[in-house]
Structures are given as structure tokens and as C-alpha cells.
Design a protein around this ligand. Sequence first.
Ligand code: ATP
Length: 244
Amino acid sequence: MDEIIKVGQLTKTYGSLLAVNNLSLSVEQGTVFGLLGANGAGKSTTIECVLGTKTPDSGTVSILGMNPLKDRKKLFEKVSVQFQEANYQEQIKVGELCEVTACLYKAASDYSALLKQFGIADKKNNLVSELSGGERQRLFIVLALIPNPKVVFLDELTTGLDAKARRDVWKSLSELKAKGLTIFLTSHFMDEVEVLCDKICILKQGQSVFYGTVAEAISASPCDKLEDAYLWYTDEEGEENENI
Ligand SMILES: Nc1ncnc2c1ncn2[C@@H]1O[C@H](COP(=O)(O)OP(=O)(O)OP(=O)(O)O)[C@@H](O)[C@H]1O
């Protein structure tokens, strides 16, 4: 299988803070990769280094065969990003925002189909400011998919979504994956990770404490559920108990 993202011994510091420590990972085409870890574990920093919006102190990054620091423009024609707090214009209609976004790309996807797929087709004529939190979140995913990317980065993709909407998003992403899309996501929801991710990396204070499949994560721990295993790898349960 083609390796779409390859990170080798990546290290990034902010002053004296070691945000990412000697991290290596690889993501194959048409798979979903989950980068997990507590707040401040180094997920966003890793993603920014992979995208070339931050320069690592050391290590190597290759994405779609490109060096993100050198091929920024070419890279962003093929890679798309949805961030948690996307800063889009609010006083614009959903359909107009999709249209404006589609105009920026040569091979844009049919945004009407995407709006339908993500259950917000009926909001096309609403202002972005009128959307509920969950609808807005789904719009952010649609906007990230409009460029028809080869790789999409989704940051906490279903935060704020109700139970049905989360399942619908999972289904849509699985369909896109089946068509060859590579997805790099962060999530704090282990049920979501279990359903979607082919491979995961768990970060603890910038360091990889587990790298492999969900099944391997569970079997290499003393636990039988991913959420318990995750807490075991990150020691969050122990630390919590210590404070009781
Ligand atoms: N520009 C910066 N300057 C200084 N420290 C930073 C900067 N950006 C991030 N950090 C610190 O680096 C560490 C890793 O942050 P990062 O945002 O990568 O974590 P994260 O895993 O994405 O967290 P979250 O789940 O809260 O989004 C944190 O301790 C954070 O405070």
C-alpha cells in the first residue's frame, strides 16, 4: 500500500517545552489514522509540522511524496484541513460559502452532494451564523472535503454532534475512505476511534506511548476496552485516582 504520510523522529520544542519528542509514524493510502492524546499532548503541533505550517526542530516529514516546508503550494492543492475552531465568515449563506470555496479549486467536488451526505442540504440558504453547533461542525467537514483532497485532516471531527449525527458522519467518512481518501484525525472519543481508525498513535506529553491498530492497543494492555486501554497508556486513570 502507498505510504501517504511518513514522519521520522520528529521533534518540536517551544522554548524549554518539548511538545513533540522523537515521533515516527506512517499513514497508508485509503486508511484512517487517529492521533490521540490528552489536551496538550502534542497532536496539533504534530499536525502543523506535517502540514509545514510549523517547522520542526529535527526529524523528517514527507506527505504525498512532498516536503511540506518546500512544496507548500502544491501540497495544499491535494491536502485539506478542518480545524476545531474554524474561523469562517458568519454573515454568508451556507451555499455561498461552499460556492466560494469550490471556486478556489480546479477539481472541486459537488458541494450539494456533500451537504446532502452530511445532512445539512436544507441549510443551504441559511446564514452560517444561524447554524447550530453540530450543523456548523458538519459544514466544516464539508468545506474540508470540497477541494476533493487526497488527504484530509480532521480535528475533533464530531465534537458537539448528537448521537445520530455522529454515526452519520462516521458512515460518510467510511464511504469516502472506501473511495481512496486518506483521513488523519484527532479525537477524544474512543468509540469513534474504534469505528473509524485503521491505525492509531497515542501521545503522552509529546511522546508516542502506543502505535498500531486498535486491536493491538487493547491486546498489549491489561484492558479489554479501548477507552480503558487508552487511559492505561496515558496513565490518566492513575493520575486521576491519585488526586482523589
Ligand atoms: N505556539 C506555542 N508556544 C508555546 N507553547 C505552545 C505553543 N503551541 C502549543 N504549545 C504547547 O505545546 C504543548 C502541545 O500543544 P498542542 O496544541 O500540540 O496539544 P494538543 O494535543 O493538540 O492539545 P488539545 O487536545 O488541547 O488540542 C502544550 O503544552 C501547549 O501549551
